[in-house]
Ligand binder design. Structure first.
Ligand code: NDP
Ligand code: 8G0
Length: 457
């Protein structure tokens, strides 16, 4: 077997292609088959050297990247990831997915992604500031509010966005909405920190309502929800779930997993303790005085999926490929009927196969929502931040939250309608495939626009 040179990117490419081929898209629109080799090549990739100085005065060097994937629908838009695992394969997969996700928000945004193999863990505030300054020294030549608008992602939060924004302003002598996720007093939007986690829960609410044939807001009451991760996305998903009456049964980080023992889930105070610890880059396991043995078990080096017992809903919110085929099968066996990704490409191909074949074989079906649909609330509120910056206005928390809910709700409807329209499955009684609906709807939107603009013919 030939080993792929860009395994994550090829996985994302194949996942999209397989779902498009398993639909009537290419029968109905045969010209789009020829688009795949075009759309899968980024418009531009920028790779650069980042030289900075640590607190001991020693020279340090990292790789910096920005993948400007597709600017058909609007300026390139997508986050920056600072993590030692960052490489071009990971950023290409993220930028490719971002292109279709941004199309699903209904807002005017192209797709991009960037970052560095810099590890923020264990670094002082001053080291982080010097790194951000050095990173922006080069990146500032390539971005702009009408060109490319980055944001945070893994390892890049409010503090880093501040340092990056300040550096851009100094290098370019321009105060402009060139980054999203900014602080409230300097151009940020209310609800942006909460947006991905809240949006994920809103999307699942629509899945539950559709499946249970109800408009009730009480669909989460008493539902057991397994979450992975403990960063931005996981924290706000957990808080919204608790607010809606769900029982959050797990949280994790790169070192291990906490699972509740009984029917009492994580509390808001416990999530606040996680947020405080993560701000300081501490591991979850440092919270032994909060997560007492009478209520929780800790599993070093493990992910939650096989440890949580009976669950109704699973929300991967840490990183790519965090659910294997065997873990997906364990979730299904544990009664899980709703899976929605807060993380990008949270499920392996094998896991998606398990979810999608269960959807077909189980009488009541099962729901699998990929990241590009379920987590689009984050980038959607970034789009709303760009709109506010352009108009020099600030919308209230309620206004932004209402728009976020509308965007997630419309995204769900589009996925369902598109899945039905392009389905080639003979049994119409099956639940619609959200992964197919999302992939086809995002693809068609970008494909039509590329045709209109003469980027594809
Ligand atoms: P954070 O950096 O805030 O949190 C990441 C969490 O995932 C931490 O708990 C971290 O553990 C864990 N994690 C990261 N890498 C790994 C790894 N290789 N193995 C195991 N655990 C890991 O990031 P976010 O919450 O912002 O992002 C989480 C996911 O959501 C990512 O896939 C991101 O791309 C996606 N996403 C984020 C959006 C946003 O608005 N922030 C929008 C849409 C998607 P530890 O603390 O130990 O490092
Ligand atoms: O706001 C953004 O552009 C952004 C930031 C981090 C992640 C994502 C994503 O959609 O994966 C978007």
């Amino acid at each position: 077997m030939v080993r792929p040179s860009e395994p994550e990117f090829e996985q994302a490419y194949n996942e999209l292609l397989l779902t498009l081929e398993d639909s009537s898209l290419f029968q109905k629109k045969p010209q789009f088959r020829k688009l795949l080799p075009v759309i899968s090549v980024p418009e531009r990739v920028i790779q650069f050297r980042v030289v900075w100085e640590n607190d001991a005065g020693e020279i340090q060097v990292n790789n910096g990247f920005r993948v400007q994937y597709n600017s058909t629908l609007g300026p390139y838009k997508g986050g920056l990831r600072f993590h030692p695992s960052v490489n071009l394969s990971i950023l290409k997969f993220l930028g490719y997915e971002q292109t279709f996700k941004n199309a699903l928000t209904g807002l005017s945004m192209g797709g991009g992604k960037g970052g560095s193999d810099f590890d923020p863990k264990g670094k002082s505030d001053n080291e982080i500031r010097r790194f951000c300054d050095a990173f922006m020294r080069e990146l500032s030549r390539h971005i702009g509010y009408n060109t490319d608008v980055p944001a945070g992602d893994i390892g890049v939060g409010g503090r880093e966005i501040g340092f990056l924004f300040g550096a851009f302003k100094r290098y370019r002598n321009s105060w402009e909405g060139v980054l999203t996720g900014k602080g409230l007093s300097w151009g940020g939007s209310l609800i942006r920190p909460e947006a991905t986690g809240y949006g994920l829960v809103y999307f699942v609410e629509r899945m539950l309502q559709y499946a249970l044939k109800t408009d009730s807001k009480d669909v989460f009451k008493g539902k057991r929800v397994a979450l992975s991760g403990s960063g931005n996305v996981a924290q706000y998903a957990a808080l919204k779930l608790i607010d809606l009456g769900a029982i959050v049964v797990s949280l994790s980080d790169s070192k291990g997993t906490y699972v509740v023992k009984g029917d009492e889930g994580f509390t808001t105070a416990e999530i606040a303790a996680v947020a405080d610890a993560k701000l300081l880059h501490r591991d979850l396991v440092s919270l032994t005085s909060t997560f007492v043995e009478s209520k929780f078990t800790y599993h070093a080096g493990a992910r939650p999926w096989t440890l949580v017992g009976k669950v109704d809903i699973a929300l991967p919110c840490a990183t790519q490929n965090e659910v294997s085929g065997a873990e997906a099968a364990a979730l299904v066996a544990a009664g899980c009927r709703y899976i929605a990704e807060g993380s990008n490409m949270g499920s392996t191909m094998e896991a998606i196969d398990v979810f999608e074949s269960t959807r077909r074989s189980l009488p009541e079906g099962i729901w699998y929502a990929p990241g590009k649909a379920a987590n689009c609330g984050g980038v959607a509120v970034s789009g709303l931040e760009m709109a506010q910056n352009s108009q020099r206005v600030s919308w209230t928390r309620e206004e932004v939250d209402r728009k976020l809910f509308e965007i997630m709700s419309t995204c769900f409807d589009v996925c369902v309608e598109t899945a039905k329209e392009y389905s080639i499955e003979d049994d119409a009684s099956k639940l619609p495939s959200i992964v197919k609906g999302a992939n086809i709807a995002g693809f068609i939107k970008v494909a039509d626009a590329m045709t209109n603009l003469g980027d594809f013919y």
